[in-house]
Design a protein around this ligand. Structure first.
Ligand code: PAF
Length: 298
């Protein structure tokens, strides 16, 4: 890992660009200065989870680009694209305060001009969990992320572990398509009571927020049971579901324990596992996950 050598820009110096040409020109100039380029792709409505990615990028790289683009192609027809939170001015201010160099905020027509007709599909990894619940979601994510990576051509790009399947898919896409650049995955940021930060948490009423804690609780339960030596993975899955189902206002999509690479459900404990959950709480569809590691010498 290289440590940032360029001084972070003063807040007044952050550039906000809307066109691919402007973004490429600024990034080419940074590259010509020998700076290491980072990209943090976001859909805006930045919370402390996003900002921890941005801060890490600012600590680790010389020139940090943040993209803000609510990507229509990753929302299904009955999902919350129109209502997805947008807070552009506050996002810019937060980026400035972190020392971001460039915000790339394209219009939909810049990313998807009328003639647009090329999409990225990943077989297998995209078909389970979120992919099964949200058909077409990962096709939209992979397509926009590939475009952003091609536009910015970062040395390093940053993704959050909260979207575990998303970062796994992006890693696979980059490997399959020989994309240069490193993907770094940063830990989930949680409230003190365990709720994973999400832009959709703002849809929750006070009661729904309490109900939403059942997601992180069921993941912790799975981790406790498996690290304490439980070998019946199916039983642990049933216990996760029971905890969620007894919580009023929670409609479960899935709660499972999977292999961290293939995301296939596992039938017996293994050294590395991932517990994953998705549920609707009020009008917010929330996801969360927790890596589980068993010591090799047990
Ligand atoms: O995680 C997100 O915010 C989005 O899925 C991403 C990676 C910015 C692509 O639109």
């Amino acid at each position: 890992m290289r440590f940032a050598t360029a001084a972070r820009p003063s807040t007044a110096d952050m550039l906000v660009v809307r066109s691919v040409e402007d973004a490429r020109r600024e990034i080419a100039a940074a590259r010509a200065r020998g700076e290491e380029i980072a990209l943090v792709p976001t859909m805006g409505a930045l919370h402390a989870g996003h900002l921890s990615l941005v801060q890490t990028a600012c600590e680790e790289c010389d020139f940090v680009a943040v993209s803000i683009f609510v990507n229509p192609s990753q929302f299904g027809p009955n999902e919350d694209f129109d209502k997805y939170p947008r807070a552009f001015e506050a996002d810019l201010q937060a980026c400035r305060e972190c020392g971001v160099n460039l915000v790339f905020a394209p219009d939909v027509s810049t990313i998807y001009p009328d003639t647009f007709s090329t999409f990225v599909e990943l077989e297998g990894l995209s078909d389970v969990l979120e992919g099964r619940c949200r058909p077409g979601h990962f096709r939209g994510v992979a397509t926009v992320v590939l475009k952003l990576l091609n536009i910015v051509q970062p040395d390093v790009s940053y993704f959050g572990r909260k979207d575990y399947q998303q970062q796994a898919i992006i890693r696979r896409m980059c490997r399959d398509l020989d994309m240069p650049g490193e993907i770094r995955t940063c830990d989930t940021v949680r409230e003190l009571d365990g709720l994973a930060l999400s832009s959709r948490n703002r849809y929750l009423s006070d009661d729904e927020r309490i109900a939403a804690l059942s997601l992180s609780k069921c993941l912790k339960l799975a981790k406790q049971r498996l690290t304490a030596g439980e070998t019946d993975v199916e039983l642990v899955r049933r216990e996760m579901l029971a905890l969620l189902n007894k919580t009023r206002g929670v409609a479960v999509d899935y709660a499972t324990i999977a292999d961290p690479d293939s995301l296939a459900d596992i039938t017996a404990p293994q050294l590395e596992m991932i517990a994953l959950v998705a549920a609707k709480v009020g009008r917010a569809r929330l996801i969360d996950n927790l890596p589980i590691h068993l010591p090799a010498d047990r």
